[in-house]
Design a protein around this ligand. Structure first.
Ligand SMILES: Nc1nc2c(c(=O)[nH]1)N[C@H]1C(S)=C(S)[C@@H](COP(=O)(O)O)O[C@H]1N2
Ligand SMILES: [Mo]
Length: 199
């Protein structure tokens, strides 16, 4: 019988592998909001993609709920250094939402109810990398975590996952969002530790 079981080694190795540089794992789900939590009435809620030519594609809540959804299990990495593993969500893939949107834009600015924004390259929203999520851990997404719906883009630092998302603007030239404008990185890859402009 080995002194240290292979199972223990396996789990330890996997945990290290999941943690980007400078991060620590937490079981908590901290709430990080730059302002007050907006209360968004589902009867008023709308999600809109606006193209670089001004064309608009909008869904109200009922239409949005009728779209095919997925249930991704993903790791979250916040720039304040906590990471949370294996979080379970339900949401609509951006592949579905962008399917019928004609665009030659390369950049996007994601907008929230309550005025938050964040910039993300269009290609990072595609190919199964991003969702508009409306359920977390088997429940409706709580308001403090971005309900009714938030962007979920787990391969970038969590500030890119705009809570209370209201729409996506397609752009030919990159425009900075809330945190990027005051010094956070334009892209924000946790594996390359892109926390601030210049990293
Ligand atoms: N609209 C909006 N979205 C936001 C934020 C915010 O302040 N407003 N904070 C961002 C940051 S810095 C992080 S780490 C995550 C935090 O999400 P949580 O509060 O669900 O943990 O949301 C991101 N999305
Ligand atoms: Mo964050």
């Amino acid at each position: 019988m080995p002194i240290v079981s292979p199972g223990f080694h396996g789990r330890a190795r996997e945990t290290r592998h999941k943690l980007p540089p400078g991060q620590y794992e937490t079981a908590d789900f901290p709430v990080l909001s730059a302002g007050p939590t907006p209360r968004v009435d589902l009867a008023e809620w709308e999600f809109t993609i606006r193209t670089e030519t001004g064309a608009r594609h909008s869904w109200n809540w009922e239409e949005f709920m009728a779209l095919p959804s997925q249930t991704p299990t993903v790791d979250l990495h916040c720039v304040t250094k906590w990471s949370k593993f294996d979080t379970e969500w339900q949401g609509v893939s951006l592949d579905v939402l962008l399917e019928d949107v004609g665009t030659s834009a390369e950049y996007t600015l994601v907008h929230s109810y309550g005025d938050y924004s964040t910039n993300v390259p269009l290609e990072d929203l595609l190919d199964g990398q991003a969702w508009i999520a409306y359920r977390y851990d088997g429940e409706e997404l709580p308001p403090e975590h971005g309900g009714p719906a938030r962007l979920l883009i787990p391969h970038l630092y969590f500030w890119k996952s705009a809570k209370w998302v209201r729409g996506i603007q397609l752009l030919h030239e990159e425009e900075r969002g809330f945190w990027e404008d005051i010094g956070y990185h334009d892209y924000g890859d946790p594996w390359r530790e892109q926390r601030y402009q210049g990293d």
